[in-house]
Design a binder for this molecule. Structure first.
Ligand code: GLU
Length: 454
């Protein structure tokens, strides 16, 4: 794997062990390498963190669960999917992280997501460890009843590993309010307990939090707003491109628009739409969340828009913009895309998805002086608001939208400032990747060292 040349000598054998032990898991290896590349300065400046055994332990999930998920479709045919839950690290609190239902899901993807989640959750400053789960189940085209039966079967195994003090899942790609409802319903039925804090992203009438649905997208924009403020700039009048059109993308579009930006493009797995009048969020919600249709439907309703299918020479990243917010999926923005964005004058890239930018593209942005924020910092608003949902559940309280959104904004400002201060402390000013990795690592490492070798 390229990039090992930049590692601190102490980390090279450790990374080799990670490669051997996790052979055939490229996404997980990529996520570990990215963190390792930031940890070198620790060895020189903060000796108290150079208990290298902590780094070895941090790379090994505390527990990995893989299980069969059998379910019956509407025609009576039996399907078998694979379910996963990787309980990565519980030094700071119960395992916390979403569930992803997508045909691409495998152990490598869940482990990379779980690993990222450990540092992301630490950055929020809230008492949550890191985990991730999901299935290779493809929800596309499935009826409500099929989704319900799948969720019930999935939870029939998973419930025994969960608990408000043990492991608290939430949504991710393919898992939204509908799925969380079916999952929570089955957990409640099996355990005979209304344990609201066992899962987050719940509906507002049954234990959910205001602003959780909006939180990841809003959080990305709050984070980017702070990056801009630091250089005396703002969203006002900026041309913005947001990839994706799921939960994260929709609310990133909404908040950026509220802050005066002109959001001109969104995408789905088939294509992207350019709307020079500004993306209509209400229509986007109706097409994607209510009707669960493709973006071609959005375009059909707004005849002045241009819809392009994704292909070798056509990508949403060809659309010129000042600010790019990748909110779709891992490795969606590669070196060629980054080159195109830089040539078109992009000033800021903040990740709403998990690891959407390839390592080569990240380096290209950083070398070109583009402000770049990694998802583990800029998309932490979702899980932070999940922790606020857990707080409300624990105190049997509900907060209003403004209170919750204000808390979210404060948390995002806090994460931003911690990344900046940590980068300054380690002489890598303005490097949000190093700032996020170092700050997240130190928080987890401090707790792990206090808890002994476990
Ligand atoms: N899936 C989201 C993430 O990547 C949210 C996790 C949660 O709320 O637990 O951070």
């Amino acid at each position: 794997m390229s990039g090992t040349a930049s590692l601190h000598p102490m980390l090279v054998p450790m990374f080799e062990t990670v490669l051997q032990r996790n052979a055939g898991e490229p996404e997980f290896q990529q996520a570990v390498l990215e963190v390792f590349q930031s940890l070198g300065p620790i060895a020189e400046r903060r000796k108290e963190y150079t208990d290298w055994s902590i780094i070895k332990r941090i790379c090994e999930p505390e527990r990995q669960i893989i299980f069969r998920v059998p379910w019956v479709d509407d025609k009576g045919e039996v399907h078998i999917n694979r379910g996963f839950r990787v309980e990565f690290n519980s030094a700071l609190g119960p395992y916390k992280g979403g569930l992803r239902f997508h045909p691409s899901v495998n152990l490598s993807i869940i482990k990379f997501l779980g690993f990222e989640q450990v540092f992301k959750n630490a950055l929020t400053g809230m008492p949550i460890g890191g985990g991730k789960g999901g299935s290779d189940f493809d929800p596309k085209g499935r009826s409500d009843n099929e989704i319900m039966r799948f969720c019930q079967s999935f939870m029939t195994e998973l419930y025994r590993h969960l608990g408000e003090y043990t492991d608290v899942p939430a949504g991710d790609i393919g898992v939204g309010g509908r799925e969380i409802g079916y999952l929570f319903g089955q957990y409640k039925r099996i355990t005979n307990r209304y344990e609201a804090g066992v899962i987050t992203g719940k509906g507002l009438t049954w234990g959910g939090s205001q602003a959780r649905k909006e939180a990841t997208g809003y959080g990305v924009v709050f984070f980017a707003e702070e990056m801009l403020r630091r250089v005396n700039d703002s969203f006002d009048g900026k041309r913005v491109v947001v990839s994706g059109s799921g939960n994260v993308a929709i609310y990133a579009v909404q908040k950026a628009t509220q802050l005066g930006a002109h959001v001109v493009a969104v995408s789905d797995s088939s294509g992207f739409v350019v709307d020079e009048d500004g993306i209509d969020v209400d229509l986007l919600v109706d097409v994607k969340e209510v009707r669960r249709e493709r973006l071609t439907e959005y375009s059909a309703q707004r005849p002045h828009t241009i819809y392009t299918e994704v292909g070798d020479n056509s990508s949403i990243w060809n659309v010129p913009c000042d600010i790019a917010l990748p909110c779709a999926t891992q490795n969606e923005l590669g070196e060629e895309h980054a080159r195109e964005l830089v040539a078109n004058g992009v000033k800021l890239v903040a990740e709403g998805a998990n690891m959407p930018t390839t390592p080569a593209a990240v380096h290209l942005f950083q070398d070109a002086g583009v402000l770049y924020a990694p998802g583990k910092a800029s998309n932490a608003g979702g899980v932070a608001t999940s922790a606020l949902e857990m707080q409300q559940n624990a105190s049997r309280d509900t907060w209003d939208f403004e209170t919750t959104e204000d808390r979210l904004r404060e948390i995002m400002i806090g994460i931003h400032d911690e990344c900046v201060l940590t980068a300054e402390e380690f002489n890598v000013d303005g490097d949000y990747v190093a700032g996020a990795n170092l700050a997240g690592f130190m928080r987890v490492a401090t707790a792990m060292s206090a808890l002994g070798v476990i």
